[in-house]
Design a protein around this ligand. Structure first.
Ligand code: ADP
Length: 153
């Protein structure tokens, strides 16, 4: 039985912080599915197709990483693909407070466990909201995003 984990998020955009969480999760799981959640009432800066192509490009040489798009509950998607774990990243105590509630409720409704990885110190400040602001103001996001050219084309 292979251990499959889902790393869900909006990834608008997928940053080096997210990338580091995947590298850590690969040490524990056989397969990690990066699941881009599409919420119809939410507005995204980067189009879905660009976000998907961008993440795929980063992991194109890694057969243990897959990129999927889902709508609805994360736990429903996990059941669909036989994943028993959700992976999330923690930068600080604010992330922890928020993630704890979601993890406990997800466990209550589905039995699926969440596993948390700490960001490496150099990526703790990276935040998708700020990366979007830099891009909107025509600044370079190369320092924070691998293969940024694929995302912005
Ligand atoms: P969501 O909209 O679900 O919060 P995000 O794309 O913002 O989606 O984040 C997905 C996950 O990545 C969350 O667990 C978040 O805490 C984590 N994350 C975001 N930025 C970083 C970072 N710089 N380092 C590590 N984890 C991060």
């Amino acid at each position: 039985m292979s251990r499959i984990a889902v790393f869900p998020g909006s990834f608008d955009p997928f940053t080096k912080g997210h990338e580091c969480i995947i590298e850590k999760a690969l040490g524990l799981f056989d397969e990690v599915v990066i699941a881009i959640g599409q919420n119809t009432s939410k507005k995204y800066l980067f189009p879905l197709e660009n976000r998907k192509a961008h993440i795929k490009s980063i992991f194109e040489n890694n057969k243990r990483v897959r990129v999927e798009v889902f709508t609805g509950l994360t736990v429903t998607f996990c059941k669909e693909i036989n994943a028993d774990y959700i992976v999330r990243g923690l930068r600080d105590s604010k992330d922890f407070g928020y993630e704890r509630s979601i993890a406990q409720m997800n466990h209550e409704i589905s039995g699926i466990e969440s596993v948390f990885f700490m960001t490496v110190p150099e990526y703790t400040a990276i935040n998708s909201t700020i990366v979007r602001e830099i891009h909107k103001s025509r600044g370079s996001i190369d320092l924070f995003v691998t293969n940024a050219d694929i995302l912005v084309k």
